[in-house]
Design a binder for this molecule. Structure first.
Ligand code: SAH
Ligand code: SF4
Ligand code: F3S
Length: 473
């Protein structure tokens, strides 16, 4: 069944949001001191961008950002539950706020994001973290102003988590962390149900934003100085499937490529099962679409891939990569890998190593399998011992780093084009930027270069970054 976005619901919801924002703003403007907030974000870019929306709503409500917890009137944890350690960090940090809350009783503590979509987590918070004032989920983010107003007037913890996703809500205000390069949601949710993954349960079913809404947002960004956009979705290659106008992800990229002022278009994440020939062609043709493909393969063994419900094989993945490299010769390929999925044998792990050696990834996020309650893999037999998993993990990371260093060494004396982002993280008197392939480059240069595309000659490649100098034209 096709589904379109329902604007009637959207505009009503937005009206309510606006009323609540204004009510809070007039309250804050009348207060003796400025109200301050901190948002602590865990997890992926989707969560980072959600936090930018929360910040947008808060600043419209008259709140100012602070970096000091003791100074904050409102602390929000935007949580992730993709792996157990992400959850443990949240519980630890929430616990440590207990004393602060005792000293500052009118401080509001809110928790939101993916963790809250799990009923057992909400129960735990109700039981053990009573100093929390507000709990909400991923599907009712736009209702945050109303929830905050209600939480302020309530003596009890206010919990509102929607089990199911509603329509896409357009027009939520956003405060973007960086104006030069920024995120744009193109779709929400996921229908893939990889057997290890909690995301389909926390983010709901897949739904795409209307093309025109995306174009309007990107044009607006370009007019305000944005040079690079990263299109976000759990599976961008299936963009458009829920829309009536019959557009593909490749078609969307072609349209965005026309927008004046935008220099680079990135996207993540691509699922190998949906990566079309058309998308590869668009990457080869469209100048602004960066030659970088993040293409998680998770595991090399066909047996493990099947148990993960990934719908491709080692052979089809390698063929896809060959095709990509043939049509886009300067492409950088990056990936995600999980080590220690239930039932993974040493021979299965060797299949993962083989893909790493054959593809030669520019970088890889490596994860140790983490059992997630409610997913099919949690019920599978043959969970792998910590010792075996760590040994495999270390061998894998060593191999990946060796290859990364080799690839980076091949950049010596080459010229690359870098979008200059700002001061370097390691030395704030130098500059940093990224190539189209997403390689981090540090160099000396005038700060007036920030925001420009600049040619850099690589003089000193490292394993995870490149050092270079500006090529005088
Ligand atoms: N939608 C994206 C990424 C989602 S989560 C995709 O499909 O590629 C990001 C990464 O976390 C995944 O690619 C996977 O490698 C990892 N991951 C997800 N669930 C995990 C789990 N239970 N244990 C370990 N790693 C996991
Ligand atoms: Fe999770 Fe798979 Fe969906 Fe990615 S595609 S979010 S790994 S279920
Ligand atoms: Fe992202 Fe974590 Fe949710 S990876 S989608 S924030 S579970």
């Amino acid at each position: 069944m096709k589904r379109t976005n329902n604007y009637e619901v959207t505009s009503l919801d937005m009206q309510k949001q606006q009323e609540m924002i204004e009510a809070m703003r007039s309250m804050n403007e009348g207060a003796k001191e400025v109200k301050k907030y901190i948002i602590v974000t865990y997890g992926c870019q989707m969560n980072e961008h959600d936090s930018e929306k929360i910040a947008g709503m808060l600043q419209n409500m008259g709140y100012h950002e602070t970096t000091d917890k003791k100074d904050a009137d409102l602390i929000i944890y935007n949580t992730c539950c993709v792996r157990e350690n992400a959850e443990l960090k949240v519980y630890g940090n929430l616990g440590s706020l207990k004393n602060l809350k005792k000293k500052k009783e009118d401080m509001i503590i809110a928790v939101c994001g993916c963790m809250m979509q799990q009923p057992q987590v909400v129960e735990e918070i109700k039981k053990k973290y009573r100093h929390v004032d507000l709990v909400f989920g991923t599907h009712n983010l736009h209702k945050f102003p109303e929830l905050l107003v209600n939480a302020k007037h309530s003596d009890n913890m206010l919990v509102e988590v929607w089990e199911n996703e509603g329509e896409i809500i357009e027009g939520v205000p956003v405060i973007r962390k960086y104006e030069l390069k920024t995120f744009v949601n193109i779709m929400f949710g996921c229908n893939n149900f990889c057997t290890y993954c909690i995301v389909p349960y926390t983010r709901g079913r897949e739904r795409s934003r209307e093309v025109q809404d995306i174009i309007n947002e990107v044009k607006d960004l370009a007019e305000n100085g944005t040079k690079e956009i990263t299109l976000l979705g759990q599976n961008v290659n299936s963009y458009g499937k829920t829309l009536e106008e019959g557009i593909t992800f490749a078609g969307l990229l072609r349209k965005l490529n026309e927008i004046e002022g935008i220099e680079r278009i990135r996207f993540m994440t691509s699922h190998p099962k949906d990566l079309s020939e058309e998308l590869i062609d668009v990457m080869a043709e469209c100048k602004k679409v960066s030659p970088h493909m993040h293409l998680p393969f998770q595991a090399g063994s066909n047996k493990v891939l099947k148990a993960m419900n990934r719908s491709y094989t080692k052979e089809s993945y390698l063929a896809l990569v060959d095709n990509l490299k043939r049509k886009v010769p300067d492409v950088a390929i990056t990936s995600d890998i999980i080590v220690g999925f239930p039932g993974e044998t040493e021979a299965d792990f060797q299949d993962t190593m083989e893909i790493v050696e054959r593809v030669r990834f520019d970088s890889v996020f490596t994860f140790i399998y983490s059992k997630r309650q409610g997913t099919p893999a949690a019920e599978m037999k043959d969970h792998i011992s910590d010792e075996v998993v760590h040994d495999r993990f270390n061998r894998l990371v060593r191999k990946i780093n060796e290859i990364c260093a080799e690839i980076n060494r091949s950049y010596l004396n080459k010229e690359v084009e870098v979008l200059v982002e700002g001061p370097s993280k390691t030395d704030n008197e130098r500059l940093m930027g990224r190539t189209g392939q997403s390689k981090l480059v540090n160099f000396d240069g005038d700060f007036s270069l920030i925001g420009k595309l600049v040619k850099i000659k690589i003089t000193d490649p490292k394993t995870f970054s490149l050092n270079g100098e500006v090529v005088e034209e």
